[in-house]
Design a protein around this ligand. Structure first.
Ligand code: SF4
Ligand code: SF4
Length: 351
């Protein structure tokens, strides 16, 4: 019997195994108050979409880095990459979606998708704002990417980049040896194009996330400190700092389990549930498209393989606004990461 249970567990996908843990099953799992119950208490269940304004695309899991906290489990050996046909489907939907203001490109390193530049040009020509989640080091990784800052400027792309800390040691410990120095070089190249400079309209935002199992400090205070340190030491300027909570999924969940911090961290997230943050979770105005065209309420649900709720079409090739615009959102225990403290989203604090 035990053998057969073990075999069944082995056959589960990575997303299913993580969901089991989050729902208190198995040796590693612990039960916490159900996230749905918390939403019910504040009259927010079912959590519903308010309309699709942000169209987020995961262009592939390939990345030149392998960061410890990566919720995508991205890396150089990942082969999953969005095809041109799927990108064409995305373009059709973006063009049809009058309420879609922003197309948010993520990965992996989205720039490693061979159709990346073609796609950015097409989206920009539709008059939509393009955000690229650029890991910075890609710009200096290989001569073929050196002109990315110029390309971004040309298409008025908003660049959002992770920089866990203004100290080299703290950044390198999360993102890998030498990442800080390369990131500084890339930020200088972006500044040279006018990014992060007043009056240019070229937005350069940085993303901070805590180094361990704790919630981020206040976003405005962190932004002030990052601005002062980066300007004084490296002459770097940027627009906004987004403080993001580490989600208890993927590589970060593995880290929490291995380091014995899982229970403590979940307790912190549950205790810090903030109703104001719950009303503004990003899934309410976002749709997230996986590298293979499947549709999710957010990037985190994508990593847990929780597709949008049936009967809405679950693939970009059958995208239907009527069903998706006012859909019920698929929630689970990881959602506590979005509602703790000042809230967390791809654009930083929400409350
Ligand atoms: S740069 Fe981003 S996508 Fe790449 S491994 Fe790091 S966190 Fe993941
Ligand atoms: S994890 Fe996703 S579905 Fe859950 S609250 Fe956050 S954005 Fe919404």
């Amino acid at each position: 019997m035990i053998q057969s249970l073990k075999r069944q567990h082995h056959q589960l996908s990575h997303g299913d195994k993580q969901l089991d843990i989050l729902n208190g099953k198995g040796e590693e799992g612990r039960k916490f108050d159900a996230f749905g119950g918390k939403l019910k208490e504040i009259g927010l269940l079912p959590l519903t979409s308010t309309g699709i304004e942000i169209f987020q695309i995961n262009m592939g899991k390939m990345c030149n880095q392998t960061c410890k906290h990566c919720h995508v489990d991205a890396g150089p050996d990942r082969k999953e990459i969005m095809t041109r046909d799927t990108l064409q489907d995305c373009l059709r939907v973006i063009a049809e979606g009058k309420a879609i203001t922003t197309v948010d490109l993520t990965g992996g390193a989205p720039e490693m998708n061979p159709h990346f530049r073609w796609f950015v040009e097409k989206v920009a020509s539709l008059g939509k704002k393009v955000i690229v989640r650029c890991n910075l080091t890609i710009i200096v990784a290989n001569p073929k990417y050196h002109d990315l800052p110029e390309f971004y400027r040309k298409h008025k792309v908003e660049v959002v980049s992770s920089l866990p800390h203004f100290s080299a040691a703290r950044t390198d410990s999360q993102r890998g040896e030498g990442v800080f120095e390369k990131s500084i070089r890339a930020l200088n190249m972006l500044n040279e194009q006018g990014y992060g400079k007043e009056g240019t309209g070229l937005l350069l935002d940085l993303v901070y996330n805590p180094a361990g199992a704790f919630l981020p400090a206040s976003q405005p205070a962190l932004e002030k400190e990052f601005k002062r340190k980066l300007q004084n030491k490296y002459g770097i300027s940027f627009n906004s700092l987004f403080a993001i909570t580490n989600m208890p999924i993927s590589r970060f969940l593995d880290y929490l389990l291995q380091s014995g911090n899982y229970e403590d961290y979940m307790e912190k997230l549950v205790a810090a549930f903030n109703p104001a943050a719950a009303t503004s979770v990003m899934c309410r105005n976002t749709i997230s498209v996986g590298w293979d065209g499947y549709l999710y309420d957010c990037d985190f649900n994508q990593m847990l393989e929780l597709k949008v709720k049936y009967p809405a079409a679950q693939h970009i090739s059958q995208f239907a606004f009527e069903a998706l615009d006012k859909r019920d959102i698929v929630i689970n225990q990881h959602c506590y990461g979005c509602t703790a403290g000042a809230g967390s989203s791809c654009g930083g604090s929400t409350a």
